[in-house]
Design a protein around this ligand. Sequence first.
Ligand code: HEC
Ligand code: HEC
Ligand code: HEC
Ligand code: HEC
Length: 474
Amino acid sequence: MKKKHLFIIAGVIGIILAVGVSVYFLMNQKEEIAGPKLTGLSQDEIRIEPFMKLFPNQYEGYLSSEAMANTEFSGSEPKSKFAADMEPLLPILFSGSAFSTQYLEDRGHVYALKDLDESLRVTDKSPGACLQCKSTAVPPLVSKYGEKFWTASLRQEIFPAGEEMHQGAVGCSTCHKPNTMELTVTRPGFIEKMTEIGIDLEHASQKDMKNYVCAQCHVEYYFRGDNGEVTHPWNSGFKAVEGFIYYSSRARQNGFEKDYVSNVSGAPMLKAQHPDYEMYSKSAHAKSGVTCADCHMPKMTKNGKKISSHQMTSPLHDMQGACGKCHKDLDKKKAQVSSIQGEFKTELLDVEAQLAKAHYYVNRMITTGCTPEEIKEAQTQIRFGQWFMDFNAAENSTGFHNPEGAKDNFRIAKNAIKECMSIAEPALIAKDVDLKLLDSQIEQTIANVLNEPDHTKKKLFVNNEWFPSQAPAK
Ligand code: HEC
Ligand code: HEC
Ligand code: HEC
Ligand code: HEC
């Protein structure tokens, strides 16, 4: 090689090195990195206050999740999902489950413990497992109680023990190693299931961690039948249909069959719980590598430092921050979000109305003595259809996280309801049921539910002399 070439190569390498080193210093001057950085805190620190002096900007951001502001379809006011402009038929669809008593819109992380403590769904029978997605004390509590943590009484034992340990609500140590501030995951059921399905959390990239820290909680789960541990239906995959397959096979093997029995149709039902990560994971954004944190924790400058917003709320409050890094046409994007969510909501309400009717048709099949086979087949379709409706409904973004995936789920739900009705209608006609009369009784019953102003009492109007409760004998 000629001397001249060597000089050029050396020059280029020199320039690259110089640029690299300056960029490195510039970045470290301005930006704190969630990477190895010794804080002087114990690795077992679960309180939130000790982080205040070290990271005042993130700490304040976390506290500001106390703010409550609504958006077109969502928001942070703890509003009832049974309200007229929300999903007023849910008390019927969830009748037989604690979700027919109270179901509120979610709000900021700082409220997680308070809202659990005050929830009308929590009773003296609620297990310690409920604390999984709320408290920083889960790891030490699991160490202390072992397997008993999951089934011990939340109210009598586990919550007070967490308080004694100075637990925080979704605090710093839920996502960061307190001694180094590296991102980490801390929920035992999540770690076990991800490992089981072959996802290496130890060596995950920073980008993947910006999803996994959220996926610890913003996911579908259930309590295992054998030991009550929080676990996730992911062995076949993250889609709604793959979850259903899991619930029909593996979950049964470990003793879990249903979340509740519908008081209306007597069907053994599944209740979906906020599958934000699952829906998102099949979206165009996920495929392009956009993470939860990119939209919900946008980078911002505070007191001269470049930080990630720790408020974690609707990105629609600050689209410039949340979306502006990648999209320039923000007015157009805003309109697109609104139209995606509007279409989704219309479809959701339509499917919920069809489902409510199907539940009542099956109720009438039972009271008019249709065959057990016909009833069971109709119930199977309701269980199937409602799962796909609920997967969309319990997901928190009103369809935005994955508009196409949501459409697929609605399509499957509607087909199942159609199947149910194609069993119910001829069976009822064969029993001389006047379908017009049945429809008007359903209409009146629904009106009674809608007209009850106290949301917690709506469930009392779901059953009546026309539609007696199918609650299983205790
Ligand atoms: C729900 C998970 C979660 C919680 C809770 C959380 N963080 Fe973070 N934190 C993150 C994520 C994600 C990042 C961004 C990492 C990246 O961009 O690479 C981050 C980044 C940081 C950084 C690096 C600088 C920055 O802002 O990007 C610091 C420092 C930090 N967090 C401190 C805290 C403190 C202090 C608390 C408690 C008050 C806290 N975090 C709570 C997830 C969390
Ligand atoms: C330990 C469990 C847990 C983790 C981890 C977690 N969350 Fe949450 N999140 C919750 C709970 C519980 C609520 C509802 C709190 C309430 O309503 O009282 C919530 C609420 C929210 C809300 C609604 C806020 C509002 O204003 O309505 C958003 C947005 C959110 N989380 C985003 C995230 C993101 C993004 C991450 C990851 C960076 C994350 N969460 C990690 C448990 C968690
Ligand atoms: C491309 C941006 C984007 C990504 C990526 C994203 N979200 Fe969202 N998220 C949104 C938008 C937009 C909404 C709708 C907010 C509204 O209607 O006010 C939303 C809504 C939510 C809500 C409900 C907020 C509320 O006000 O009640 C939660 C919780 C949430 N997302 C969690 C997550 C989690 C967890 C992930 C990752 C698995 C994620 N999001 C990924 C944009 C995003
Ligand atoms: C880190 C980059 C990034 C962020 C942040 C981001 N997006 Fe995107 N977004 C993309 C990419 C890339 C695509 C194209 C995906 C594809 O079609 O393959 C996309 C696609 C979309 C689409 C689909 C329609 C279209 O124009 O292709 C909408 C709507 C959208 N984004 C809205 C938002 C909103 C609203 C936010 C903020 C809440 C947001 N995005 C935040 C990168 C981002």
